[in-house]
Write a protein that binds this ligand. Structure first.
Ligand SMILES: NC(=O)c1ccc[n+]([C@@H]2O[C@H](COP(=O)([O-])OP(=O)(O)OC[C@H]3O[C@@H](n4cnc5c(N)ncnc54)[C@H](O)[C@@H]3O)[C@@H](O)[C@H]2O)c1
Length: 353
């Protein structure tokens, strides 16, 4: 068995904390250092057993003994962090969106290739158990030819369901720091899933709109065509609906000539009830000295676990991570093309009832 991989986490906000929790439950990985600008987040790292903390990710890269890092920083910092990680010989698992634009993505890819390190990208939705299952059924050919597909994801980012427990970090309300709106934040996941199923896609139409007072689009609809399979697909995403984990408003539907398949068929009817049962069962397991089962019906966390585990395994075996910079860059290319087509509609005035 290979030596454990020493991992550093850059950014311990919302998703960095998920990565820390999943990495702690993973064999063959030790989280040895964490960097976050906020003292409370560094305290959280220490309470979760990581004693070595830094207030800037550059200090971690300069001083910590880590083999690889998770880049869970705001998008505008991904390039600087990945280039610095590569130059110091560390592999990096990078949150989506891979970069804020294509030029930035290219600089990151050049740095990694030049340094001979691996990059992975967290395109989590293709790891959702329901989506994995749909891919298996689709590949088996049970649906036959699929003329039509539809994928959508809606949440309330950057707002929390009231009463909100935090103030919104500045970067989340700054279009230069995010790189874009719903299409970049959520759309990259959906483009990634559609291309995983149907190969390279062409963007036929895109419209975006702003219902909320945000500096980027909060609503987007895109029509795509697959030259490889002949499938026409629609993609919808938006920031206008509250969502409370474990609920994840992601809809994916394949209309095949033989039958229709949707992700809802693979999700427990009452996800909240299943998650509550899992919590109780784990409390019992802990109380009786057994290991908890972390990733039962909480399929969002299971997806993050598998995405990071794939990256770790690739690094440990010297393979190329299965979801990497090519996929990350490709989603940015599709977003850029959609923005180009949507340019004429983005500023339209939306009248809400
Ligand atoms: N894959 C997914 O499902 C998923 C879900 C949520 C977020 N994300 C992505 O993860 C990334 C982070 O999002 P988030 O929601 O966790 O944001 P966040 O604001 O909660 O966390 C970012 C953290 O970076 C820290 N930070 C900023 N500058 C720093 C510096 N110089 N040194 C050290 N720490 C610094 C901040 O203090 C903050 O805690 C984004 O790219 C986002 O799109 C992905």
């Amino acid at each position: 068995m290979s030596d454990p991989l020493d991992l550093g986490i850059l950014g311990l906000g919302n998703i960095g904390t998920v990565h820390l929790q999943t990495a702690r439950a993973m064999d063959g990985v030790r989280v040895t250092a964490v960097a976050d600008a906020v003292p409370a987040n560094r305290r959280r790292a220490r309470s979760l057993g990581v004693d070595e903390t830094y207030d800037d990710y550059r200090d971690l890269l300069a001083e910590a003994t880590v083999d690889a890092v998770v880049v869970a920083l705001p998008p505008f910092l991904h390039e600087d962090a990945v280039v610095a990680a590569a130059e110091s010989g560390r592999h990096a698992f990078v949150e989506k969106p891979f970069a804020t634009d294509l030029e930035s993505a290219d600089r990151m890819i050049d740095a990694a290739e030049g340094a001979g390190v691996s990059l992975g990208v967290d395109h989590t939705i293709r790891y959702f158990p329901a989506v994995v299952e749909m891919k298996r059924v689709y590949d088996e050919g049970r649906l036959g030819h699929v003329p039509m597909a539809s994928i959508g994801r809606v949440n309330g980012w950057p707002f929390e369901r009231p009463p909100a427990s935090r103030s919104i970090p500045d970067w989340q309300l700054d279009a230069d720091a995010t790189g874009g709106g719903a299409l970049l934040d959520l759309g990259v996941h959906l483009f990634d899933v559609l291309e995983w199923f149907f190969g390279d896609l062409e963007v036929a139409h895109a419209s975006t709109a702003r219902q909320l007072d945000l500096p980027y689009e909060d609503t987007a609809v895109v029509v795509l065509e697959s030259p490889q399979t002949g499938t026409l697909a629609t993609l919808q995403c938006g920031f206008f609906q509250w969502e409370e984990p474990p609920e994840i408003n992601m809809r994916f539907r394949l209309d095949g000539v033989a039958e229709t398949l949707s992700n809802g068929e693979f999700v427990p009817d009452n996800l909240t009830l299943h998650a509550a049962k899992s919590g109780l069962s784990n409390a019992w397991r802990r109380a009786t000295g057994q290991d908890p089962e972390y990733f039962g019906p909480t399929y969002y966390y299971r997806a993050h676990f598998r995405a990071l585990a794939d990256f770790v395994e690739a690094v440990q075996t010297g393979e190329t991570p299965p979801v990497g910079p090519a996929e990350g860059r490709r989603t940015l290319e599709l977003v850029a093309r959609a923005y180009e087509l949507a340019g004429r509609t983005d500023e339209r005035e939306v009248v809400t009832p």
